[in-house]
Design a binder for this molecule. Structure first.
Ligand SMILES: Cc1ncc(COP(=O)(O)O)c(C=O)c1O
Length: 480
C-alpha cells in the first residue's frame, strides 16, 4: 500500500522496469491486447500475494470464480450512470433491493413508529460519512443544534471506532468527543459515554465489531443511553454487518447489535467486505428515513437544470450496484452462512494457537477478527519474524498488538498449519530479541505493519500520500 517503505521492500516506480511508463497521454493509443497483457501480468503477481492466505482482511472472498461472475454482472452496467434513473430502471431495482436485503438482515422489522430506509455508498467510510452528515442535518432541523445557532454539534465515539468518524467530524464541523475504552475488555464503558453526552450531542457510536480488536461494544446499554438522552446511535457494522448475523445463527456468542436493540438508529454494513461484492460498495441503513433524508441535496436554481442527489456522490457506477446485487442474491443466506461457518471456525482455531503460547494474550473476547499482544516481549518482534514468511498482519498501538481479520483465503487447512508453525518460531525469536535488548522494526499503521511515524506526523503523512499519488510524475525522463 505504501510506496515509501522504510524497509525498502516496495518500489517507488512499480513495474517501470518491465512496462512503459505513461507520463503523458500517448499520442497514438496502444493496442488493447498489449495493455491487457500488462494488466494480466500485474494482477497475477498481486493475486499471488493474498492467495497464500497469509494476509489479514483485504480479500474477503478470495474466490476467482465468484470474481469472474461479479465481473460479468459489472460489465453489463459498467458504463451506466446510476444517477439517471429514467434511462436505467434496473438501477432502481438493484439499489432498492440491496437496501431492502440489508434492512432485513439488520432486523428492520423490529422498528416501530418510523419507516426505515437506507443508502448504498462507496465503502465503509462513505457509509459513516453519510450517517454522520445525516445526524448533523437532522439535529439541526429537529433540535436546533447547529454552529450557526451557537450550538456546536458533537459526536461521542469510543476510541476504537474507525477514523472515518474522526474524518466526518473534521469535514462536517462537528466536535469529536472520543472516549477511552476499557483496556481489559477493549469495550467502551456506557457510563463514560453517558458522561460525555450533552444537549448538543447529535449521536453516539458503537462498533460491531471494532476494527482494532474485533470486539462488539455494549450496544444494548448504548441504545438505552441514546434513547434516554435523545441522541442517535450509529452502530458501525462495516466489518461485522455481513458476518456477525450468520455467526449468531451458528451459535457463536454474538450479542444483538441491530434494529432489535431499542435506540439503534443507523447501521453501516460493508458489502465490499464480508458481503463479498466488489470494492467500492457499502450500505448504511436508518431506523427512520427522515434521518437519511435530512442529508439529501438539491440545487434547483442551477442554470444546468434542477439538481438533486440522494447522497454526497454525483454520478455513480451502475456496474457496482449490479455486481453488489449479484453477489448478495447469488450467495443468499445459505451461502453467507456457509462462508461464516468456515471463517468463525478458522478464527477459533487460530486464537487457540495464540492461546497455546503463555507469552501471548488475545485482547478482549473477539470472534472472527482478533488481536493479540504480549506482556513478555514487544509483539512487533513476532511481526518482524512472520513478515518474511509472507504474513501481513495489521500493526496496532496503545498497546502494541497485531491484528488478524480472518477471511476466506485463511480457511484452507494449510494456512492454519503454517500459522501454528511460524508463530511458534516467531515466539522463540521474540523471546531472544527481547532478552538481547534489540528493538523491533515493525510499527503500527492502519492497513499494514510499518516502522516510523512516531513524530512529525504531518510531514511523514505527506511523504507517504505523495508517494502514492505523485511519484510517477517525477519519474526521470530517461525512464519514461
Ligand atoms: C469497523 C470498520 N469501520 C469502518 C471501516 C472503513 O471502511 P472502508 O475502508 O471501506 O472505508 C473499516 C475498515 O476496515 C472497519 O473495519
Amino acid at each position: 500500500m505504501f510506496d515509501r517503505d522504510p524497509e525498502g521492500t516496495m518500489s517507488d516506480f512499480p513495474y517501470a522496469d518491465r512496462f512503459p511508463v505513461h507520463r503523458t497521454l500517448p499520442e497514438q493509443g496502444r493496442p488493447r491486447e498489449d495493455l491487457l497483457a500488462e494488466l494480466t501480468a500485474m494482477a497475477a503477481e498481486e493475486d499471488a500475494v493474498w492467495e497464500s492466505g497469509k494476509i489479514s482482511g483485504t480479500m474477503y472472498c478470495g474466490d476467482h470464480e465468484h470474481y469472474a461472475y461479479l465481473t460479468e454482472a459489472f460489465a453489463k452496467f459498467a458504463h451506466v450512470n446510476a444517477l439517471q434513473r429514467d434511462m436505467c430502471p434496473s438501477q432502481t431495482k438493484f439499489e432498492g433491493e440491496i437496501i431492502a436485503m440489508v434492512l432485513d438482515l439488520m432486523h428492520a422489522e423490529a422498528v416501530t413508529g418510523t419507516r426505515p430506509g437506507g443508502l448504498v455508498t462507496s465503502g465503509g467510510t462513505g457509509s459513516i460519512l453519510h450517517a454522520i452528515l445525516a445526524y448533523r442535518e437532522y439535529a439541526a432541523a429537529t433540535r436546533g443544534i447547529s454552529a450557526a445557532a451557537g450550538r456546536l454539534p458533537n459526536l461521542v465515539k469510543p476510541e476504537t471506532a474507525h477514523p472515518a468518524f474522526d474524518k466526518a467530524c473534521h469535514l462536517f464541523g462537528i466536535e469529536n468527543r472520543t472516549v477511552p475504552v476499557d483496556p481489559a475488555t477493549t469495550l467502551v464503558d456506557p457510563a463514560v459515554v453517558a458522561a460525555a453526552i450533552d444537549d448538543n450531542t447529535i449521536a453516539i457510536v458503537g462498533s460491531a465489531g471494532n476494527y482494532p480488536y474485533g470486539t462488539i461494544d455494549p450496544i444494548a446499554e448504548l441504545g438505552r443511553i441514546a434513547l434516554d438522552r435523545g441522541a442517535g446511535l450509529h452502530v458501525d457494522g462495516c466489518l461485522g454487518g455481513f458476518i456477525l448475523p450468520f455467526g449468531e445463527e451458528l451459535g457463536y456468542p454474538v450479542p444483538a447489535f441491530d434494529f432489535r436493540v431499542p435506540g439503534v438508529t443507523s447501521i453501516s454494513a460493508d458489502t465490499h467486505k464480508y458481503g463479498y461484492a466488489f470494492k467500492g460498495s457499502s450500505v448504511v441503513v436508518f431506523s427512520d428515513k427522515a434521518i437519511r433524508n435530512a442529508q439529501y441535496f438539491h440545487q434547483v436554481g442551477w442554470s444546468g437544470g434542477k439538481y438533486m442527489s440522494p447522497g454526497m456522490d454525483g454520478s455513480r457506477s451502475g456496474g457496482l450496484l449490479a455486481a453488489t446485487w449479484a453477489s448478495m442474491v447469488h450467495l443468499g443466506r445459505d451461502g453467507y452462512r456457509a462462508y461464516a461457518r468456515d471463517i468463525f471456525a478458522t478464527a477459533e482455531a487460530m486464537m487457540a494457537t495464540v492461546r497455546s503460547h503463555p507469552e501471548l494474550r488475545i485482547m478482549g473476547a473477539p470472534t472472527f477478527c482478533f488481536s493479540f499482544t504480549s506482556d513478555a516481549f514487544d509483539i512487533y518482534h513476532v511481526a518482524d519474524f512472520m513478515k518474511p514468511r509472507g504474513w501481513r498482519f495489521n500493526g496496532q498501538q496503545y498497546p502494541n498488538a497485531i491484528h488478524l481479520a480472518v477471511t476466506r483465503p485463511q480457511t484452507k487447512a494449510c494456512v492454519l498449519e503454517a500459522f501454528s508453525a511460524d508463530l511458534a518460531e516467531a515466539v522463540a525469536y521474540a523471546r531472544e530479541q527481547q532478552a538481547a535488548g534489540r528493538l523491533a522494526h515493525s510499527g503500527a499503521i492502519y492497513g499494514g505493519v510499518i516502522g516510523g511515524l512516531t513524530s512529525e506526523v504531518e510531514a511523514v503523512m505527506t511523504m507517504i500520500m505523495d508517494g502514492m499519488l505523485d511519484t510517477q510524475q517525477s519519474l526521470p525522463p530517461a525512464r519514461a
